[in-house]
Design a protein around this ligand. Structure first.
Ligand SMILES: Cc1cc2nc3c(=O)[nH]c(=O)nc-3n(C[C@H](O)[C@H](O)[C@H](O)COP(=O)(O)OP(=O)(O)OC[C@H]3O[C@@H](n4cnc5c(N)ncnc54)[C@H](O)[C@@H]3O)c2cc1C
Length: 379
């Protein structure tokens, strides 16, 4: 039987972070991944992920995101890969929207440097953007874009360089906890570990026995549109953008290739019954809300999709993450429900999972993400 200190099941965004941090500490760790390295079947693909500090969703994420930035910088240095592009981010909405008011409140609480901009100031400083009447913006100058596949690959490759064992094409089937160890059944046989970390993304409910949190998975499309002008070029200072409109929340990135920019809708999404059967075609219903958004807010961007990628959000009931020991368990940790905003935290939550697996506790402030918090059961 194959035995190790820790098994991480799922080497996507979060699992790759845990794998790296465990290996870096010299822990004997095995990472199991059903698919290949940095694949496009789960939730961590499609070129880019936003990282921002004035955290609208909950200000308690801010200390974590500050640590996440430092760890991404370290990983970038260690791997020699350009993983994090520093970019300005313009968040737009009505004065009382989460995008504007929520960002200002969060920034004030943790002293994050952001700046209010009027509609006219946005047009002057960022000519590619157009704010509908009645909207204003805040500018976070030091936000960024993580190159998502490269980040996952760097975590895994550096974890392997530190002695971790990554097994691709091997899926977790089942596990049972015993005094002193967890027995893990996979498509390749039986493994044993002192601790099991479950980071299976959209498959979380399938591999996590007795998970007391209902998770829901939705289909999300990411679409690249023609954007050749310098006003949309990352290299010319064009910003990432986030618009809270009456029709939904839309966001995207400037062009990194000089000809296309990626746009997506954060709200909504069709329920996914089986992540293995995800519909990966792009439909006119996927495109129409995006082209409507572009016509209103990024008028210089073309309306014919150049390419697309389909992905999944796994929502918890309150749309906050869950990272904790499973109830009644000594040796099984769970990290899931990343609700469409988790990738930026893969570095810092990888560190927190490594702490929890090796010492049973962490100094990182993750208590607000505990599995027993109020309201997690209710939709
Ligand atoms: C379109 C889109 C845009 C997003 N934009 C942002 C953004 O701008 N900023 C941000 O911070 N976040 C963003 N997110 C959210 C973020 O990408 C996700 O929260 C994060 O990537 C989830 O990581 P994960 O590790 O939970 O899932 P995944 O990365 O999918 O990893 C789960 C892994 O487990 C593997 N697995 C599953 N079952 C098994 C098994 N039985 N055995 C072995 N392996 C298994 C899967 O193959 C997969 O590799 C976005 C998400 C999407 C879909």
């Amino acid at each position: 039987m194959n035995s190790s200190e820790v098994v991480v099941a799922g080497l996507g965004g979060l699992g790759s972070g845990a794998f790296y941090h465990l290996a870096r500490r010299g822990v004997s760790v095995v990472g199991l991944e059903r698919f290949g390295l940095a694949h496009d079947r789960g939730s961590s693909h499609g070129e880019s992920r936003m990282i921002r500090k004035a955290y609208i969703e909950h200000p308690d994420y801010i200390p974590l995101v500050l640590r996440a930035f430092d760890l991404w910088d370290e990983l970038q240095k260690e791997s020699g890969k350009h993983l994090l592009y520093r970019l300005p981010l313009v968040l737009c909405g009505t004065p009382d929207s989460d995008a504007v008011r929520g960002s200002l409140l969060a920034a004030e609480r943790y002293n994050v440097d952001i700046q209010s901009l009027s509609r006219e100031e946005v047009s002057r400083r960022f000519p590619g953007l157009n704010l509908p009447p009645g909207m204003e913006a805040v500018l976070e100058q030091d936000a960024g874009c993580l190159m998502v596949e490269d980040c996952v690959a760097a975590h895994v490759q550096r974890g392997k360089a530190h002695g971790g064992d990554a097994s691709f094409g091997e899926a977790l089937l089942d596990w049972t906890e015993h005094p002193g160890h967890v027995q893990i059944r996979t498509t390749r046989g039986v493994r044993e570990a002192k601790c099991l970390i479950l980071t299976a993304g959209a498959w979380s409910s399938r591999v996590t026995k007795n998970l007391p949190v209902p998770l829901s998975v939705v289909r999300k499309s990411q679409v690249w549109f023609p954007a050749a002008g310098p006003e949309y070029a990352a290299g010319s200072g064009a910003p990432a953008f986030y618009f809270e409109l009456d029709t939904g929340i839309f966001y995207g990135f400037p062009s990194f290739d000089g000809s296309t920019c990626k746009v997506a809708c954060h709200s909504g999404g069709e329920p996914v019954a089986d992540p293995l059967q995800l519909d990966r075609e792009l439909h006119s219903e996927d495109v129409a809300p995006l082209t409507d958004f572009l016509a209103r807010c990024l008028p210089g961007v073309g309306s014919d999709p150049v390419k697309h990628s389909i992905c999944m959000y796994t929502h918890s009931p309150d749309h906050h993450f869950v990272i904790d020991r499973l109830p009644g368990s000594q040796r099984v940790l769970f990290a899931g429900g990343f609700s469409g905003h988790g990738f930026k935290f893969a570095s810092v939550l990888g560190e927190a999972l490594a702490d929890l697996a090796t010492t049973g506790s962490t100094r990182l402030p993750v208590e607000f993400l505990s599995i027993n918090r109020p309201g997690l059961q209710a939709e």
